[in-house]
Design a protein around this ligand. Structure first.
Ligand SMILES: *[C@@H]1O[C@H](CO)[C@@H](O)[C@H](O)[C@H]1NC(C)=O
Ligand SMILES: *[C@@H]1O[C@H](CO)[C@@H](O)[C@H](O)[C@H]1NC(C)=O
Ligand SMILES: *[C@@H]1O[C@H](CO)[C@@H](O)[C@H](O)[C@H]1NC(C)=O
Length: 335
């Protein structure tokens, strides 16, 4: 089935503007220029996609489109960087193995990476209900709490979930904890960012306070933004598919417990988080959001999968992350 049909089915007939695109892996390394700028290595491992100006430090005035020579994203004017934690499998003997990533439906040939969405909220009338303001140069945000290990701690984030894929393209149900049973087609981690901006700050010390959720209802139900954060922005969403297939034999799971750990040492799943550093060229994102476009957006330039897959940056941390490891890189406490 063609992936746009899959998307249509999945979104139950939504007809408003929606960008959905694949981005191949740029690099996997222990860096976090948003939370730990200048720190090499950062506390835990991340998998990163987007423009190749990604670096240990990324100053707010950095000109990402100009400093990049390529991007791993299908829309070639998008030099943003997007990243999440990395999933590991823990074997019965205590060794760890990184779980590979695979492309989503429609992006099967991509080199790992993620699927990125920028969504409007109109369920029907595009022109009147769906106006959103695109992010500005220098904008950054973080979603989730890497230290969280309980549902109560992350409820405020509303929409950080997992889908236990029964086959490629499954979307329901979503859980807040890591699935406790084998997932035949892998585990999809879903991160939906808040959609209301204070209209002033491109970033805040915790990378979160400049953003808020709708005051009532949801973004999807066109809930209004709170007065403190009145500017409606596109809903950014990441989907990462962790290919757990080689680790799905429960007899290899210790005490029958689900064997996956995020790179922060978290086996609950509540520590899931995502980082965003905006880096679209000029007004390309605003133009795309201002024109009714659905998945394929003619106002944007696209590049081939081959070009996406050939963009990368040098791993500057240079530590071993593959093969069987005695510990997760950085040796985080396990919980
Ligand atoms: C990263 O920053 C270093 C130090 O400023 C610089 O030498 C290097 O070229 C940068 N790498 C990229 C990919 O921009
Ligand atoms: C873009 O980068 C080039 C070379 O890195 C530099 O010479 C030029 O001034 C930059 N352009 C802008 C608009 O910053
Ligand atoms: C631990 O178990 C895995 C999976 O069975 C195996 O491949 C690996 O070689 C083992 N490592 C050690 C150090 O025994």
């Amino acid at each position: 089935m063609h992936w746009s049909i899959l998307v249509s089915l999945a979104l139950l007939g939504r007809t408003d503007a929606l960008l959905r695109f694949g981005c191949s892996q740029l690099v996997v390394e222990r860096l976090d220029p948003l939370v730990n700028p200048g720190l090499n290595p950062s506390p835990h491992l991340h998998q990163i996609i987007g423009g190749n100006s990604f670096n240990v430090t990324m100053a707010p005035d950095k000109d990402m489109p100009n400093d990049s020579t390529c991007t791993t994203c299908q829309f070639s004017e998008d030099f943003s960087n997007y990243w999440t934690a990395v999933l590991f499998f823990k074997a019965r003997n205590g060794s760890f193995h990184r779980v590979p990533q695979i492309g989503n439906a429609g992006f099967e040939d991509s080199n790992g990476g993620m699927t990125v969405y920028y969504m409007q909220d109109g369920l029907s009338d595009y022109q009147q209900k769906s106006k959103v303001t695109a992010f500005k140069k220098g904008f950054r945000m973080l979603i989730g709490d890497s230290m969280a290990r309980s549902k109560a701690e992350v409820k405020k984030f509303r929409q950080l979930t997992y889908t236990c894929l029964q086959n490629p393209g499954t979307r329901f149900p979503e859980t807040m904890n890591l699935p406790d049973k084998p997932c035949p087609a892998g585990i999809m981690a879903n991160l939906r960012f808040p959609t209301c901006w204070d209209g002033k700050n491109l970033d805040t010390p915790n990378h979160q306070d400049h953003m808020a959720y709708p005051a009532s209802g949801t973004f999807e139900s066109q809930g209004p933004c709170p007065a403190t954060h009145p500017v409606k922005v596109p809903q950014l969403m990441y989907e990462t598919i962790w290919d757990t297939r080689q680790f799905n034999d429960p007899s290899e799971w210790e005490d029958g417990q689900q064997p996956f750990y995020w790179s922060m040492g978290d086996s609950t799943g509540y520590g899931t988080h995502g980082d965003y550093v905006f880096g679209w060229k000029d007004d390309a994102l605003q133009r795309a959001m201002d024109s009714p476009c659905y998945v394929n957006c003619p106002t944007l330039k696209t590049q081939s999968m081959t070009a996406m897959n050939s963009c990368s940056v040098k791993d500057v941390v240079e530590e071993q992350i593959d093969g069987w490891l005695d510990a997760i890189p950085g040796n985080p406490a396990l919980s």
